[in-house]
Design a protein around this ligand. Structure first.
Ligand SMILES: [Zn+2]
Length: 195
């Protein structure tokens, strides 16, 4: 994405990128360096590379987006993330990606799609805001799988949203992979991101 935005790629690739918000406005907007959110008609498309990457790109600070070179960009990304959490690459690729999108608020939950102007309402089918906490901890649509989910996590840690998304930094890696397994099992059984 950095390479695409800094003209380091052939025209055909660069032309795939949406224009910045600022290029359509004479006013100095807070988000003028943001790329326009790609309108995705289905959550399947919104999960594909370009729309979800534009979402993650827009969440980066301007200093990082405007880095002078690809090496400086990469090192700033790494500084920003401190040491990369090995948990983020644990498990099957599909569940790693879904887990990451929930962390970065770029998932197909209605609250996340609404923030990106993809759906008209942030509400869940149950009528409440479909946030990440709502999905994992509150929604009555998943009450049949939640007991087992919370029990699995409680065996190792407090089952709060921080632990569900990032693991528990007071636990060792092996324990955290058990927590991640429980989260991935909940995601599978909920069928919420099946297309
Ligand atoms: Zn709900």
């Amino acid at each position: 994405m950095y390479k695409m935005n800094s003209s380091n790629v052939p025209n055909y690739l660069q032309s795939l990128l949406p224009a910045t918000v600022g290029s359509f406005s004479n006013y100095s907007l807070r988000n003028s360096s943001h790329l326009q959110t790609i309108q995705a008609r289905t959550s399947l498309y919104s999960n594909s590379f370009l729309p979800s990457t534009v979402c993650e790109w827009n969440n980066l600070p301007d200093e990082i987006k405007n880095a002078e070179s690809i090496n400086s960009f990469k090192s700033q990304i790494n500084i920003d993330r401190q040491t990369p959490n090995p948990l983020f690459t644990y498990g099957e690729r599909r569940f790693q990606m879904l887990h990451t999108r929930l962390r970065t608020k770029c998932s197909a939950l209605n609250e996340h799609l609404f923030r990106r102007n993809i759906v008209a309402s942030p509400l869940c089918l149950c009528g409440l805001h479909e946030t990440t906490s709502h999905y994992f901890l509150e929604c009555t649509r998943y009450v049949h799988i939640r007991g087992e989910f919370l029990n699995s996590i409680s065996a190792y840690s407090v089952p709060c949203i921080e632990t569900i998304l990032y693991g528990d930094n007071t636990c060792d890696y092996l324990t955290n992979t058990k927590i991640a397994d429980a989260v991935h099992t909940f995601i599978i059984k909920s069928k919420r991101f099946d297309s």
